[in-house]
Design a binder for this molecule. Structure first.
Ligand code: 8GT
Ligand code: MG
Length: 135
């Protein structure tokens, strides 16, 4: 079987002052269509992952990232695609978060994320976010 290339994806966890997380629903025709996601997208050849994160969050959510911290990296093989989700928590940004690509969106408290179907690769991200706040 030919080896396909793993897609490097910059993913941003954006929280509001209440700690709710911003998520969007992937368009039906896309890979993992109709599932919920954290904003982000593919790292282009001329970028590093942080540059990709900033670009994607501006394109998709209209915010200018001022600071972000690496959170986790998830390598996951779907039957049809291999991804590396490079997940960052956005700690400072300018602008108001606004879904720019016509996707359904929601601000969700961490403990309610389980009610939203995410791609399988996202499970450990969600667990880790929830573990951080469970005291
Ligand atoms: N943005 C994002 N992508 C995710 C998540 N979880 C996950 O498995 N992915 C996968 O990562 C891959 C790339 O994400 P993407 O579709 O946002 O890429 P992109 O914005 O560059 O899209 P484009 O190719 O339409 O320009 C997709 O195969 C998607 O299914 C997630 O939480 N957020
Ligand atoms: Mg995207």
């Amino acid at each position: 079987m030919a080896k396909s290339k793993r897609v490097h994806v910059a993913v941003g966890v954006i929280q509001n002052p209440d700690g709710d997380v911003f998520i969007s629903r992937r368009h039906a025709h896309l890979h993992q269509g109709n599932k919920w996601e954290f904003p982000g997208g593919k790292v282009e050849a001329d970028e590093d992952v942080y540059q990709a994160l900033c670009r994607e969050l501006f394109e998709e959510c209209n915010i200018t990232v001022q600071a972000a911290a690496p959170f986790t990296a998830i390598s996951f093989d779907y039957p049809d695609k291999q991804v590396l989700l490079d997940v960052w928590v956005v700690t400072e940004f300018d602008g108001a978060v606004r879904q720019q690509e016509g996707q359904e969106w929601a601000w969700v408290p961490l403990h309610q994320l389980d009610a939203y179907p995410f791609p399988e690769a996202n499970q450990p991200i969600i667990e880790r976010l929830q573990a951080q706040t469970a005291r």
